[in-house]
Design a protein around this ligand. Structure first.
Ligand SMILES: C[S@@+](CC[C@H](N)C(=O)[O-])C[C@H]1O[C@@H](n2cnc3c(N)ncnc32)[C@H](O)[C@@H]1O
Length: 329
């Protein structure tokens, strides 16, 4: 919460960030700022690579863990702060039969069609929460999934996550996705996730200074530098899609220059791509879900923004952006 009752989130957070958020969010801005000042309800998902969801539910009930099913997916649940402590002490947690994961953070790995036998690439995978969910959706120990990251320390965590979550047949790979190694650099991927490095403005928590103090140095330059990396990652990833393949792009940033602008660029650069509508997912999140932003600082984006999904931060989840495109056959 703010330091004193007189201070609002907008008084405390870096001014350039607040200004950009207000311009992007319009009449949702004050609610989004309030969402930055709220602790998130803890959530988790069952891991069916390691056991049946029904068995986990029974086990947690017997252990006295409070939890509620969430409509996001068959495997998604919310709990309380006390429940989260119990969960993290549970055998199921230690054995990887559940994964503590924000609701918004599950979404990019839930959208898009996955069939057994598909080749799936997670381009920016560490620490591995979404990769493990993709592996679970593929089944068979995550056979067909390749999960890449370029940061050696984070890559170690990714390997650990995949192992713990039973994704024994998934292939972790330490590489820079802007210059992918020959073993993955072909146009053969049925589904690609680019959960890009970003400014992280959707995860800002007013009372946790380290989540936003870096935004106060030079916000505009920071956004621009992230957008450059995002564009090169998404462009390279799109070049690897098989005909008919789908690419999901996501960030935990609220700034349109890291989101709608990046997807717009991609659609201009790569003609055989078409947007895929994700808005049907919004009803699983309620009022904080919205389509993409149409206009920001004088730039009007294309019609594709109507098919993107934005989650503004609330007490239930962080801020997120998700878009999907398909390569025409
Ligand atoms: C938002 S995080 C990914 C979180 C992850 N998808 C998850 O759900 O656990 C972005 C990741 O991209 C990685 N990254 C940044 N630049 C990259 C590049 N050029 N190639 C591959 N990975 C990169 C970072 O090391 C970081 O782990």
């Amino acid at each position: 919460m703010p330091d004193s009752p007189a201070q609002t989130p907008a008084d405390i957070l870096p001014a350039a960030f607040v200004a950009a958020l207000r311009e992007a969010a319009g009449d949702r801005a004050e609610a989004a700022l309030a969402g930055c000042a709220t602790a998130k309800q803890p959530s988790f998902r069952a891991n069916t690579l390691k056991g049946k969801c029904g068995d986990l539910v029974r086990e947690l009930r017997e252990a006295g863990v409070p939890f509620t099913k969430h409509p996001l997916s068959d495997w998604s649940f919310t709990t309380t702060a006390e429940g989260e402590v119990l969960l993290k002490e549970s055998v199921a947690y230690k054995e990887g039969r559940l994964y503590s994961q924000g609701l918004a953070s599950q979404l990019p790995a839930l959208v898009g069609p996955l069939r057994e036998g598909d080749k799936v690439l997670d381009a920016c995978a560490a620490p591995g929460g979404k990769a493990a969910l993709l592996a679970m959706r593929l089944g068979e120990g995550g056979a067909g999934l390749t999960a890449c990251d370029r940061a050696p320390g984070r890559y170690g965590i990714l390997c650990h996550t995949l192992k713990l979550m039973g994704a024994a047949k998934a292939r972790p790979l330490l590489c820079d996705m802007r210059t992918p190694p020959p073993q993955i650099a072909d146009r053969s991927w049925d589904h690609i996730l680019v959960d890009a490095p970003c400014t992280g403005t959707g995860t800002v928590r007013v009372e946790v200074r380290r989540t936003w103090e870096h935004l106060g140095i030079d916000y505009e330059a920071y956004v621009e530098s992230r957008a450059r990396i995002q564009l090169s990652l998404i462009e390279r990833a799109a070049s690897l899609l098989a005909p008919g393949g789908t690419l999901v792009y996501s960030t935990c940033s609220m700034d349109p220059r890291e989101n709608e602008a990046v997807v717009e660029h991609l659609l201009h650069l790569r003609a055989p791509l078409e947007p895929v509508d994700l808005t049907s997912w919004s009803k699983r999140f309620g009022e904080a879900a919205a389509p993409g932003i149409a206009t920001f600082r004088g730039t009007t984006y294309g019609d594709f923004t109507k098919s993107c999904l934005r989650l503004w931060p609330t007490a239930a989840h962080e801020g997120f952006f998700v878009a999907m495109v398909r390569r025409r056959k």
